[in-house]
Ligand binder design. Structure first.
Ligand code: SF4
Length: 385
């Protein structure tokens, strides 16, 4: 068999450079099995046979957004049927219901600073006693935490001071890098009308989170018109941040799926083999990282992506839909459990913070998790099943 020197380096426990990752990508065009095997070996070495997920409720807090991304169906205009501005009462009720279902994660999602574009959002926040979406997030996170859930906020580019406020109640936070290439913001590209997605801004927010010691989830969106090297560059940009601060807890690889009400509706979905190669490269570039793909975007490919070295299925909700990908329902947890088991792995529920980064969060939040945490830092099996 033809060998690839950088792959051997990785298996010897050494790091690879960006150029070597490009070389692996070229090699994979003719020897894809070798890179999947390497990714598998690395996952088994660092994660054993554990595959995780987070049992969550999705709080679609405010889905108006000042930006426009070419692929986004989450964002709504005021008055549209799908527009959501969750009242305090709704937050309270969903928190109570999620607790009843033994969810552990309260995923709070909003558009990017809706109050800066829409007078309706500004007025609604004011009526409810808040001057910004971030202030409402602080309040909503307190409600969820009081009910026994653990907040994880994904609200776009928050300021350092807003993140510092949310850190008191959020065990981790999320911000997708999407891609580190400035080209994605050029005319006719997906982020042309989304200034919040400029890589420099996103990387600065992720770096601020590192300085604040906030465990962060980030990731890349695959198949939006990027080149393979631009995905590799993005993975290295994330690696650099993690090397500096040690705060990246997981990387999500999300495969682009065209949505009917977006201007990218006629673009093809991310090609499955290309996506799988990028997933395997993520594992190869960061062997110890938690690598996640959402199970609902590739519903028939559980074994296929386990073979590419992932170790996490992300958040799965037994009671709320995926508002970012509404056409793809969450699978039943039992279904994911069965497929994971059939592939030779054990499914465990994690908190919205991974065990290995647990000491980054406050003792106050750790104490709240302790009664339902097992010795390894996962959610007690008898609690989530
Ligand atoms: S992906 Fe996020 S920033 Fe872009 S339009 Fe949708 S809600 Fe706004």
């Amino acid at each position: 068999m033809v060998s690839c020197e950088p792959l051997n380096r990785i298996l010897d426990g050494k790091q690879i450079s960006k150029e070597q990752a490009y070389e692996i990508f070229e090699f994979s065009k003719h020897n894809s099995d070798a890179i999947y095997k390497t990714a598998n070996t690395l996952r088994n070495l660092h994660k054993k046979n554990t595959i995780t997920f987070s049992k969550k409720a999705f709080f679609n807090l405010v889905n108006l957004c000042r930006d426009v991304c070419g692929y986004c169906t989450y964002k709504a205009e005021p008055g549209e049927q799908k527009a959501s501005m969750m009242s305090k009462k709704n937050v309270q009720e969903l928190s109570a219901l999620a607790k009843k279902y033994h969810c552990t994660e309260a995923l709070f999602v909003t558009g990017e600073r809706p109050e800066e574009k829409y007078p309706e959002a500004k007025a609604w926040l004011k009526e409810n006693g808040f001057s910004s979406t971030a202030e409402y997030l602080v309040y909503a996170s307190e409600i969820a935490l009081d009910q026994g859930l653990f907040p994880h906020t994904n609200a776009g580019n928050l300021t350092k001071s807003e993140m510092n406020d949310l850190k008191k109640t959020n065990v981790s936070m999320g911000l997708m890098l999407e891609n580190s290439s400035e080209r994605m913001s050029e005319q006719k590209m997906p982020h042309y009308l989304a200034p919040s997605k400029t890589p420099k801004t996103r990387l600065q927010v992720l770096s601020n989170a590192g300085e604040l010691k906030i465990p962060m989830t980030t990731g890349v969106l695959v198949g939006i018109g990027e080149t393979p090297h631009e995905i590799i560059d993005s993975l290295f940009a994330i690696k650099d941040l993690h090397d500096r601060f040690g705060h990246i807890q997981e990387i999500i690889l999300q495969n682009f799926q065209p949505k009917q009400d977006t201007w990218m509706k006629n673009m093809p979905s991310a090609e499955e083999n290309y996506f799988k190669t990028m997933v395997a490269l993520a594992r190869i570039i960061m062997p110890q990282m938690n690598i996640q793909i959402p199970p609902n975007l590739s519903p028939n490919s559980y074994q296929y992506f386990l073979d590419a070295g992932i170790n996490d299925w992300g958040g799965i909700s037994p009671l709320t839909q995926d508002y970012v990908n509404p056409e793809f329902g969450w699978p039943q947890i039992e279904f994911v459990d069965e497929h994971t088991k059939n592939a030779g792995f054990e499914l465990k529920a994690r908190f919205p913070i991974y065990p290995e980064i647990m000491n980054m969060t406050s003792p106050y939040l750790r104490d709240k998790m302790t009664p339902i945490m097992d010795k390894a830092g996962y959610v007690l099996e008898e609690y989530w099943r």
